[in-house]
Design a protein around this ligand. Structure first.
Ligand code: AMP
Length: 497
C-alpha cells in the first residue's frame, strides 16, 4: 500500500515524500492505520525495520489537532537510552518539518533547568528515558495525567537494562484511557506480562528483519589466546597488517573492556577514541565527531553506545569480542561494505564460548565465516597499516616475555605495562592520541545496573529517593553493555534539553 493510503495527513505525506521514501516498510504498512484508528499496538520489530516512522508519522498526524498545556505533555515516548531518544527526536524534526509542535527530550546527563523550562512551555511530544522522566515527576515538575498516547519503544532492551519497574510505574502514572504503542524485538515472559497488563486489546504486528550480511564485506575469523592480553595483542597485529584500513570500529561486549582496550591502544600510540555507556552525552558526541571527521582512526565501542553512530563509510570492523547475540553481529558488520564499497569484518575468536557464538552467527547468516588463512605477524613486526605509529612500544627479548599457553610461542607480555616511551613524551599523530583515556569506567558510576540492580521502584510502595543512583547500582552488572540493536542506523544529535 502506498503511503497515501495509510490515512496520514497531507503535511506528513509531504515530509515523507521529501525524505525520499517511496513505499512504507511492512511495520509501517501494518501499524499506521491501526495507530490512526486509536488502537493499542504491539509491534514486534527491531530497529532497522522502519519502526520509528511507524509511530512518529501517525503521531504527527494525530497531533495536528489540539494543544499542549504547561507541564502536561500530550504524548510520551519512552526510550532505553539517550541516543535512541535523541534519534526519535530527530525523526520528529525530519518528518515534522511542516508542523509546529513542541518536542522535548528528557534524558539524563544534561541539566534539569533547561528541561524544566521546556516542560513549562507545554509539550506535544515528550521523549524520555525512564529514570530522568521519573525524576522530573517526583520533583512535581511534570504531570503525566494528560498523556493521550504512550509509546514504549525497545521494551526488551528496557528489560535488559533493568527499567521494567520504572516502566510499570510510568504506566500507572499515565491515564488508563491512553492509547499505547509497544515495540519490542523479542517477547520474553516478563515483556509478555507487561503487555498483558498495560495494553488494551492490542493489534499485534510482527515483522522480521532479514539477517543478511552484505556480499561486499569480507568476513573472517582470527584465532587468539583466551586472555585479554592475548586478544589485545592479536587485535594490534590485525590492525597493523590490515590492507586498505581507513578507519575501524572495534566492538567489545562490555563497557569496562571498551575502556581497558582504549587505554591499551592509546598506550600503543594508536589514534583511537572510545564510546561506551558510562560516558556523558557530551563526551560521546565529541568522540563520535572526532571519528566521523577522521581525526581519529579507530573507535572502540560497545553495542549500546555505538547505537549513535552515523558514519558513512567504515573500512574495517573488528569484533574484539564475538557478540553474545548473533543479531548484534549483523548489526555491527553492517557498518562496513556499504553502498557497494568493500569492507572487512574480522572477529577475534578466543576459546570455546566464542566458537559457540560463532556457530550461532553462522546459522543466523546462513553461511560459514572462514578463518584467516594467515594470521598477521607478531606484534612489533613491520607493517604498512596507516595508523601505525613509528613509536610502537619496544619489545625487549627476555623482557616481560612468557611462554604462551595456547600457541607455545613466546609472546610479549607488556601490553599492560607502560611502553618504554612514556606516551606523553611521544608526539601524538592526532591531538587525541596524547590525551589520557577520558573515561575510566570506575570513575563514572552507572545509573542502571542491568540484571543485578534491585528495582528502584516497587510500584506498590512509596518511591525511594531517586537521586543517589550510584549507591544503589552494583558496579559489576554495569559492565554489561550488550545490545540487540544496530549500531549503524541511529544518529547522535546535539542534545537539546
Ligand atoms: P528504524 O527501524 O526506525 O530505526 O529505521 C531504520 C531506517 O530506515 C532509518 O534510517 C529510516 O530513515 C529508514 N526508513 C524508515 N522508513 C523508511 C521507508 N519507508 N523507506 C525507506 N527507508 C525508511
Amino acid at each position: 500500500m502506498p503511503f497515501s493510503h495509510l490515512g496520514l495527513s497531507e503535511k506528513v505525506l509531504a515530509a515523507v515524500a521529501a525524505s525520499g521514501y517511496k513505499t512504507p516498510t511492512p511495520i509501517q504498512d501494518q501499524a499506521i492505520p491501526h495507530v490512526l484508528a486509536r488502537r493499542d499496538v504491539l509491534g514486534i520489530a527491531q530497529t532497522g525495520t522502519g519502526k520509528t516512522a511507524a509511530f512518529v508519522l501517525p503521531m504527527l498526524t494525530m497531533l495536528e489537532q489540539g494543544r499542549a498545556r504547561a507541564r502536561m505533555p500530550r504524548t510520551l515516548i519512552l526510550e532505553p537510552t539517550r541516543e535512541l531518544a535523541a534519534q526519535v527526536e530527530e525523526s520528529f524534526s525530519k518528518y515534522g518539518v511542516n508542523h509546529k509542535l513542541n518536542v522535548a527530550l528528557i534524558i539524563g546527563g544534561v541539566s534539569f533547568g533547561d528541561q524544566d523550562s521546556k516542560l513549562m512551555r507545554g509539550v506535544d511530544v515528550l521523549i524520555a528515558t525512564p529514570g530522568r522522566l521519573l525524576d522530573h515527576n517526583e520533583r512535581g515538575r511534570l504531570l503525566l495525567n494528560g498523556v493521550e498516547l504512550l509509546v514504549i519503544d525497545e521494551a526488551d532492551r528496557m528489560l535488559d537494562m533493568g527499567f521494567i519497574p520504572d516502566i510499570e510505574r510510568i504506566c500507572k502514572l499515565v491515564p488508563f484511557t491512553r492509547q499505547t504503542l509497544f515495540f519490542t524485538a523479542t517477547m520474553p515472559p516478563e515483556i509478555r506480562r507487561i503487555t498483558e497488563q498495560f495494553l488494551h486489546n492490542p493489534v499485534r504486528v510482527e515483522v522480521s528483519r532479514p539477517a543478511t550480511t552484505v556480499a561486499t564485506t569480507t568476513q573472517l575469523l582470527a584465532k587468539s589466546g583466551r586472555e585479554p592480553i592475548d586478544k589485545r595483542d592479536t587485535l594490534r597485529r590485525l590492525i597493523r597488517s590490515a590492507e586498505g584500513l581507513k578507519n575501524a570500529i572495534i566492538f567489545c561486549n562490555r563497557k569496562r573492556d571498551v575502556a581497558t582496550l582504549h587505554r591499551s591502544l592509546l598506550r600503543h600510540h594508536f589514534s583511537v577514541q572510545a564510546l561506551h555507556g558510562d560516558m556523558d552525552q557530551a563526551a560521546r558526541t565529541a568522540a563520535l565527531e572526532q571519528f566521523r571527521k577522521g581525526e581519529v582512526t579507530l573507535l572502540v565501542a560497545s553495542d549500546v553506545a555505538a547505537r549513535g553512530l552515523d558514519i558513512p563509510d567504515v573500512s574495517h570492523i573488528y569484533n574484539f569480542d564475538v557478540p553474545i547475540h548473533p543479531d548484534d553481529y549483523v548489526h555491527r558488520i553492517g557498518r562496513t561494505g556499504r553502498a557497494g564499497r568493500s569492507g572487512t569484518a574480522i572477529s577475534i575468536v578466543a576459546g570455546s564460548n566464542d566458537a559457540k557464538a560463532v556457530a550461532a552467527i553462522e546459522k543466523l547468516i546462513g553461511q560459514p565465516i572462514p578463518w584467516m588463512e594467515k594470521q598477521p605477524a607478531a606484534d612489533g613486526a613491520p607493517s604498512a597499516a596507516p595508523q601505525q605509529t613509528s613509536r610502537e612500544p619496544q619489545r625487549g627479548r627476555g623482557d616481560g616475555r612468557r611462554q604462551h599457553p595456547h600457541r607455545g610461542a613466546p609472546v610479549a607480555r607488556i601490553d599492560d605495562a607502560r611502553p618504554r616511551h612514556a606516551p606523553q613524551a611521544a608526539p601524538p599523530r592526532h591531538a587525541s592520541q596524547a590525551a589520557p583515556p577520558r573515561h575510566a569506567p570506575q570513575a563514572a558510576p552507572p545509573r542502571h545496573a542491568p540484571q543485578a540492580a534491585p528495582p528502584r521502584h516497587a510500584p506498590q510502595q512509596a518511591a525511594p529517593p531517586r537521586h543517589a543512583p550510584q549507591q544503589a547500582a552494583p558496579p559489576r552488572s554495569e559492565d554489561s553493555d550488550a545490545s540487540h540493536l544496530p549500531a549503524f542506523l541511529l544518529r547522535p544529535v546535539p542534545v537539546k534539553a
